[in-house]
Design a protein around this ligand. Sequence first.
Ligand SMILES: Cc1ncc(COP(=O)(O)O)c(C=O)c1O
Length: 354
Amino acid sequence: MFSKRFKQLTPYTPGEQPQNREYIKLNTNENPYPPSPLVEKYLKTADTDLLKLYPDPSSKKLREAIGEYYNLPPSMVFTGNGSDEVLSFCFYAFFDKDNGSLLFPEHSYSFYPVYCGFYDIPFERIPLEKDFSISVNSYIKGKNCSGIIFPNPNAPTGTYLKLPEIERLMSNTRKDRVVIIDEAYIDFGGESAVKLVNNFDNLLIVQTFSKSRSLAGLRVGFAIGNDKLISALVTVKDSFNSYPLDTLAQNAARIAIEDRDHFKKNRDNIIETREFTISNLKKEGWEVLPSMANFIFIRKKGIPGLNIYGFLKNKGLLVRYFGYPGIKDFVRVTIGKKKDMIVFLELLKSVRRK
Ligand SMILES: Cc1ncc(COP(=O)(O)O)c(C=O)c1O
């Protein structure tokens, strides 16, 4: 009844979305603030008559708006149903069994190995440095690979690799190997590598509306790169589903990226709350990895990560615990509203060593 392919699938495990109890949710890196009020206004008054027609399969106006935001032509922009879908198309289009392994960090977005399983792509996890940062040297040390992908800032660590380092990586990577920088969290203080796409034809940047634009529920992601890479993604899309973005999503996302004032206010708020949270945690003796994201990765000597997670969950607050060797004592905490972070900081004071 089931295909061999199906039986071999190992799906991704998303963060908990419990329905049985009200939690303070600091576990899935969602934005605690609403999207642009212009998006709200549009969705409340949208012409539902439009829905009898199929949407624009190429999301032209949205791609134009993203292109305008980054000063690039729309031919360098691809849009998809969340960056997860965009990433999955990338894995299909660019990485191959015959070219060596795909390289990504040992601790990173856990969807990458899932796509590798799905498309039968061999991969190698590259260890992080002692301080949990990504080292470009370990990606260029004579590796013969089918490609490279990592989030910047990395998830779940939050650490950020500066642009000159990405440039160095690109200058030392074969031109026929695609490098993908997954910038899901770039808007929270980092500098986007979109600036480099005109210098490197094999560089692709993937971003999302889910985090900094508070639209995780709308499912809109995009990729930016050389026209050749973009048209490969269009070919993959048109081989799966020509209409991944519905009409409302295309219009709402366009309105969101055009509302720069709301975006800046929202983003600055998160950064301010992040810095407030970090300084309070440090005062209480917590180790916090340097974060340029809308989450932090924290631990305290002698307290297992599972205890922190379990204690907080019991008190009605969710954080994400991974439990992998090397990061067992850490939990990842999304930056929520300041009032929620104050509750979180108070609760943490009562976490016991055992
Ligand atoms: C590093 C990274 N990339 C991509 C995504 C996917 O985001 P979305 O599919 O909502 O655009 C996430 C979501 O948490 C993420 O953490």
